[in-house]
Design a protein around this ligand. Structure first.
Ligand code: NAD
Length: 475
């Protein structure tokens, strides 16, 4: 599936290139813990070549007719759908997404970002008039894009598609833990006929390539999705060159169940949404905030839901949760489960170690804690695993206070009828979902507080990659 050419790891100036160093990055299948590939790691010299190619390609690409960029994105979209099955399989191998989830979510939602970017170009106003002044929106330039391993392809298209739509040229560095889907994506971009230098891929580690991207004088903008720690380091490294920095970072998203919610529906949905992608989603609703008088009812429904979850081989179509994506994350999830027990939260189900029958692979037990206090680590720190905290409240003001008692502000959920919209307005997060609505790929996504700066998806995502120019006396 991953042949010799893509194993080189670098796609620069329209072709696959050898890395200038000899370091390779091992890719480990989290189901078997076996190494499945070695990908060449780029060096800072390789990054310089990629940035130079992007810089050289920028003037011509920025000037392409919008319809041409739209047609190019249409071709990328079609190729993602054509190659959906190999993409899904590689995601299962490199980060443990179940094949069913990869087919129904990772790949089609990744394609949706490309579709949205193409559609926006049909009528996006790159020039508007304000009296006699023209307001022109121009591509910002060379963009460095850093992506994580939890939704590898999805995070890539969420950045690459709007950047190309805007007329920017890019250098992508995917997570060193999930580089294979990015290699397949680079091949799609190539086959879609994207001009040389417009899209470049350099594999490598965060501290080496990611940091060099952030500091690079010829990079005009850096966009990172990843941990809070990496986001801060990127902003610090980027500061001396005053480039634009956008950050999509961590979360600890609240899910308030109001007394008039349909508990039989929203408790199971809340558990399953928190555990989706094995809990490895930045906006996972990991804090279920429930009326104290209904705590026992919620606990029963939550425990019953967890009991239905099938954990196992992600290649099996009936598996609901595969393994955690990598060894370091597995260790973190285990440490946080231990912390919850040590802090005195009530363990409703799950707990430390692997589920029965699993000796190997980074499998964890879907775990639910109840009677969690907001000061506990499991209520404050991002766990990024199938670990749900249930926190009781006495009145709605307290529920809102608990929801906002976090350094993060990415996602939020409210379940209920009469008060739901008013409560949604009081939650300080970039998105709030009421009663588990359908996904909206046009809805802006991003964080308040330490969850980041900037917005992705839809027109807001496109505008991150644009500069604003005012031309006075234009009319
Ligand atoms: P991570 O921060 O370890 O890595 C993310 C990316 O940043 C990787 O490509 C990595 O190589 C790079 N990186 C690491 N250190 C760097 C440095 N010093 N300079 C530049 N780049 C560096 O995060 P992860 O473990 O891959 O991903 C999980 C995290 O991502 C979670 O915290 C999660 O909440 C967050 N996340 C956020 C969103 C969002 O949209 N807000 C979406 C998905 C994941």
């Amino acid at each position: 599936m991953i042949d010799g050419a893509v194993r080189q790891g670098l796609y620069i100036d329209g072709g696959w290139q050898e890395a200038s160093g000899t370091t390779t990055l091992p890719v480990v299948d989290p189901t078997t813990e076996a190494e499945i590939a070695q990908v060449a790691a780029g060096t800072s010299a390789d990054l310089d070549r990629a940035v130079a190619a992007a810089k050289a390609a920028f003037p011509a690409f920025a000037a392409t007719p919008v319809a041409e960029r739209q047609a190019m994105l249409e071709r990328i979209h079609a190729l993602i759908l054509d190659r959906a099955e190999p993409l899904a399989r590689v995601l299962t191998q490199e980060m443990g997404a179940t094949i069913t989830h990869a087919r129904t979510a990772h790949v089609p939602l990744a394609a949706a970002h490309v579709r949205v970017a193409a559609d926006l170009l049909a009528d996006y106003p790159f020039l508007t008039m304000q009296g006699s002044t023209a307001i022109v929106r121009e591509p910002i330039g060379v963009c460095a894009l850093i992506t994580p391993w939890n939704w590898p392809l999805y995070q890539i298209t969420a950045k690459v598609a709007p950047a190309l739509a805007a007329g920017c040229t890019v250098v992508l560095k995917p997570s060193e833990l999930s580089p294979l889907s990015a290699l397949l994506f680079a091949r799609i971009v190539h086959d879609a006929g994207v001009p040389a230098g417009v899209f470049n891929l350099v594999n490598g580690t965060g501290p080496e390539i990611g940091a060099a991207m952030a500091a690079h004088p010829d990079v005009d903008m850096i966009s990172i999705t990843g941990s809070n720690r990496a986001g801060v380091l990127v902003a610090q490294a980027a500061a001396p060159t005053v480039k634009r920095v956008t950050q999509e970072l961590g979360g600890k998203s609240p899910n308030i169940l109001l007394p008039d919610a349909d508990f039989a529906r929203v408790v199971p949905l809340g558990v399953m949404t928190a555990f989706r992608n094995v809990g490895q989603s930045c906006s996972a609703p990991t804090r279920m905030i429930v009326p104290r008088a209904r705590l026992a009812e919620v606990e029963t429904l939550a425990r019953e839901t967890a009991a239905t979850i099938v954990v196992g081989d992600p290649a099996n179509e009936t598996t609901m949760l595969g393994p955690i994506a990598n060894a370091a994350q597995y260790a973190r999830v285990q440490a946080m489960i231990a912390a919850g027990i040590a802090e005195g939260a009530t363990l409703l189900c799950g707990g430390p170690g692997r589920p029965d029958g699993h000796e190997r692979g980074y499998f964890v037990r879907p775990t639910i804690f109840s009677d969690v206090a907001t000061a506990m680590r499991i209520a404050q720190e991002e766990i990024f695993g199938p670990v749900l905290a249930i926190l009781p409240y006495d009145d709605v003001d307290e529920a809102v206070a608990i929801a906002n008692d976090t350094v993060f502000g990415l996602g939020g959920h409210v379940q209920g009828t009469d008060l739901a919209r008013a409560v949604a307005r009081r939650i300080r997060t970039g998105q709030v979902h009421i009663n588990h609505p359908a996904w909206d790929p046009h809805a802006p996504f991003g964080g308040y507080k330490r969850s980041g700066n900037g917005r992705e998806y839809g027109v807001f995502g496109l505008e991150e990659f644009l500069e604003t120019k005012a031309i006075l006396g234009f009319a």
